[in-house]
Design a protein around this ligand. Structure first.
Ligand SMILES: N[C@@H](CCC(=O)N[C@@H](CS)C(=O)NCC(=O)O)C(=O)O
Length: 228
């Protein structure tokens, strides 16, 4: 693919939560972009040249310059297109807090989903599901404490940085339940459930998340590969 100056290109793959984040931010800000679907089993020269360190998607290429890592890309978008809707709150302490919880989600929550997929046997899986509930409880309590009486997932009417960071992954929970034939996120985490359900109802999120059935099929392939 030939890169043209002045254009925004997203190198991604449809099933990736990290890529959904970037698409949500670009769409929210109304930034036109070209989407290039990457085959992760046969990585392109385009991807390898733009993300030689991690060799992962998403990569945003803006005016020929590449930015990798989804949360860093969100910050880049916010800084470059400093228009409304804003992804981050105005107050520096609130900004730090939403970054903190987005980072917590990536460090603590996301890895447990992978552990659940890779678990060998019922006992190992149940232990991981319990661990997931515990880390989500910490998230629920922390967010309630840091943002009393507020909804930090939205900036006013519009989805914000934390909503994008968590919703891109958490909103797919029903597909994960279907594939695992188990309830991973239950009423043990009622706030988390209500947060992601509210985000799922947001039309932009609905149109940007991978289609449920297509995602279920992809996750079944992933599960089969971990159990082989
Ligand atoms: N921390 C990265 C994670 C990116 C990531 O894991 N990308 C996956 C797709 S979801 C990937 O490109 N995997 C290819 C590989 O691991 O070789 C981010 O947030 O952008």
């Amino acid at each position: 693919m030939e890169e043209k100056q002045g254009e925004v290109v997203l190198i991604g793959t449809w099933a990736s939560n990290a890529c959904t984040r970037v698409e949500l931010a670009l769409k929210l800000k109304g930034i036109p972009y070209e989407y290039v679907e990457e085959d992760l089993k046969n990585k392109s020269e385009l991807l390898l040249s733009h993300n030689p360190v991690h060799k992962k998607v998403p990569v945003l290429v803006h005016n020929g310059k590449s930015i990798a890592e989804s949360l860093i890309i969100l910050e880049y978008i916010e800084e470059c297109w400093n228009t409304t809707p804003k992804l981050l709150p105005e107050d520096p302490h609130q900004r730090a807090k939403v970054r903190f919880w987005a980072n917590y989600y990536d460090q603590k929550v996301v890895p447990i989903f992978h552990i659940i997929f890779r678990a060998k046997g019922k006992e190992e899986r149940e232990k991981a599901i319990e661990d997931l509930s515990q880390v989500l409880k910490v998230l629920e309590e922390g967010i309630e404490k840091d943002f009393p009486g507020q909804n930090p997932f939205f900036n006013g009417e519009s989805l914000g940085y934390l909503g994008i960071a968590i919703g891109s992954n958490g909103c797919n929970y029903k597909a994960v339940h279907e594939v695992m034939d188990a309830v991973l996120i239950s009423e043990k985490n009622p706030k988390f459930l209500s947060w992601v359900n509210a985000m799922k109802n947001c039309p932009l999120v609905e149109e940007t998340l991978p289609p449920h059935d297509k995602l279920v099929a992809r996750l079944r392939v992933y599960l089969a590969s971990t159990q082989a």
